[in-house]
Design a binder for this molecule. Structure first.
Ligand SMILES: [Zn+2]
Length: 193
């Protein structure tokens, strides 16, 4: 016997979340059924607010909850390139970078058909033409996709007046940035090569 349609639809929606398979989605859906009307309203409100109250900076791609981008306002000749807006917060937490950022919006993945045109590389190159950046720090995952992206960017962004470094030193192989603890990330930041 099938679950009633509203539950099936909720399960399908929950399955879109990373790491949530069919069994977990079923468990979440039935758990939510036990919530009060007020709890459900609160969750729905939070989901809508996070969508409407935040935007991305059209220059750097960082998350904004106000009109001006505090990251783009910084006076710095260092620019850190990350895959996702979430990574910016991990790097800020190390306290070792108070410079500019650029969010790529993903990593190169030829197997998934994600090429350079899918990432914010054009805007990065345009920014580098106007900004006075002496070092571009590639803070990318230590994975096959991260390596491929770093290799591509090192060639693409090479210029006599700036260094393109990578935050790979000390990072465990195969680790996405989001799973790396603050201490390891801080060491990798200091020891970039
Ligand atoms: Zn910005």
């Amino acid at each position: 016997m099938h679950y009633p349609k509203p539950i099936r639809e909720l399960i399908a929606a929950l399955k879109a979340l990373p790491g949530v398979g069919p069994k977990t989605a079923e468990r979440y859906a039935f758990h939510l059924l036990g919530w009060s009307e007020a709890q459900i309203q609160e969750l729905a409100k939070r989901l809508i607010t996070v969508r409407t109250a935040l935007s991305s900076c059209s220059h750097c791609g960082c998350l904004l909850d106000q009109p001006e981008c505090l990251f783009c306002d910084r006076e710095s000749d260092l620019l850190c390139v990350v895959a996702s807006a979430k990574d910016v917060f991990s790097i800020e937490a190390t306290g070792l970078h108070r410079g500019l950022y650029h969010v790529l919006g993903g990593l190169l993945s030829p197997l998934d058909g994600r090429g350079p045109a899918h990432l914010a590389i054009g805007t990065l190159k345009a920014r580098l033409k106007t900004l006075r950046v002496t070092e571009v720090i590639l803070a990318l995952d230590s994975t096959v996709e991260g390596d491929a992206t770093a290799l591509f960017l090192k060639e693409e962004l090479a210029a006599p007046q700036r260094r393109v470094s990578r935050l790979a030193h000390g990072l465990p192989l195969g680790s996405p940035l989001e799973y790396i603890d603050g201490g390891t990330l801080a060491r990798a930041f200091s020891g970039r090569g």
